[in-house]
Write a protein that binds this ligand. Structure first.
Ligand SMILES: NC(=O)c1ccc[n+]([C@@H]2O[C@H](COP(=O)([O-])OP(=O)(O)OC[C@H]3O[C@@H](n4cnc5c(N)ncnc54)[C@H](O)[C@@H]3O)[C@@H](O)[C@H]2O)c1
Length: 124
């Protein structure tokens, strides 16, 4: 049995993926600030750690015993991320750097990062 950490697992992708892992008998821990997702969306069976990927201490605390990290925390909608550049930047760039840096220092074997077709702009 492996332990998977989701940053964040309450979102659209995280909910589906965590259901699959729980069904396979794995353990799922979710780090989320619940900015775009209600607690009611947490898949039953997941452990929730309320926290923010922009805060190194929150990510450090969540990482302690995970084998794999799925990094899904994002301002995922194109409209809000275009309207709030600073928030979007801090979550996507700073948050990602923190997730990768903390994982590199811990026993985490892999970090799986979900990018977006939106990075290709009109060429996608
Ligand atoms: N949905 C898709 O079809 C799709 C396709 C390709 C790639 N992706 C990528 O997958 C990732 C997840 O997408 P989604 O559709 O599940 O988005 P979503 O908005 O449903 O979920 C994102 C989650 O991140 C959380 N979050 C936001 N800021 C946070 C922070 N600072 N700290 C912790 N948690 C935070 C939100 O509360 C939310 O639960 C994104 O990077 C997105 O670009 C999604």
């Amino acid at each position: 049995m492996a332990q998977y950490l989701f940053a964040c697992g309450c979102g659209f992708v995280g909910r589906y993926l965590s259901r699959c892992l729980l069904a396979a008998g794995d353990e799922v821990v979710v780090l989320g600030n619940l900015s775009n997702s209600a607690l009611t969306k947490l898949v039953p069976g997941c452990e929730l750690l309320e926290g923010d990927v922009r805060k190194p201490d929150d990510v450090e605390a969540a990482n302690s015993s995970s084998d794999v990290v799925f990094h899904l925390a994002a301002v995922a909608s194109v409209g809000p991320s275009n309207r709030r550049w600073s928030k979007s930047h801090h979550t996507s760039q700073s948050g990602s750097a923190i997730v990768f840096e903390v994982a590199a220092r811990s026993k985490v074997g892999h970090v799986v990062y979900a990018s977006s077709a939106a990075v290709c702009g009109g060429n996608a």
